[in-house]
Design a protein around this ligand. Structure first.
Ligand SMILES: [Cu+2]
Length: 182
């Protein structure tokens, strides 16, 4: 008993300062990590965007949001916009866009949308979205095959349509939806 007490006492007294030091180190590390985490959040998020596909004879013409008669609202894989992150944090976003088609010029518009069911203003005669009414925030326009371009926007939380508005391309399924979280 006595021996156990005697031997445990120095241990306890030695523990106090060391755990205090450990605590300080932990607080120090935490603030270093906090600082490291805050900075990238303030820098622009980079979103890689791939535009792909070429026109074909059997191009569907009702694949835009809310346009397909079947009610199904997934783009068919004739041409498309592919992103590798479907949800990102609000703030500055750099869209790094590459046209991976073989022979077709594509572009990318960024359009705020309320939901993914409502059809957007569409010029049926011109086979494209009505850019006077959709309020695109910006675009990477007319990329030749193999070319890249970029666009940086400050995005608020919400849903955004990334679409190509070359005639026929949106209706052929050339769009995707990006969610921006608070
Ligand atoms: Cu296109």
């Amino acid at each position: 008993m006595t021996i156990a007490c005697g031997s445990s006492e120095p241990k306890t007294s030695a523990k106090r300062p060391s755990s205090f030091v450990m605590g300080l180190v932990a607080v120090g590390l935490a603030s270093v990590f906090a600082a490291a985490l805050v900075r990238p959040a303030e820098a622009a998020t980079t979103l890689t965007v791939s535009l792909w596909g070429d026109m074909s004879a059997s191009m569907p013409t009702d694949d835009g949001i809310g346009m397909r008669k079947s009610g199904k609202n997934e783009p068919k894989p004739n041409m498309g916009v592919t992103i590798y992150q479907h949800a990102i944090k609000a703030g500055p976003v750099t869209f790094a866009v590459t046209n991976h088609s073989e022979k077709t010029i594509h572009e990318m518009l960024v359009v705020p949308i309320k939901d993914t069911k409502t059809a957007l203003p569409y010029l049926a005669g011109e086979h494209r979205l009505d850019e006077d009414k959709i309020h695109s925030l910006g675009e990477v326009s007319e990329l030749d095959p193999g070319k890249s371009g970029s666009l940086t926007l400050k995005l608020k939380p919400g849903k955004y349509l990334l679409a190509c508005n070359a005639p026929g391309h949106y209706a052929a399924g050339m769009w995707t939806v990006l969610t921006v979280t608070p």
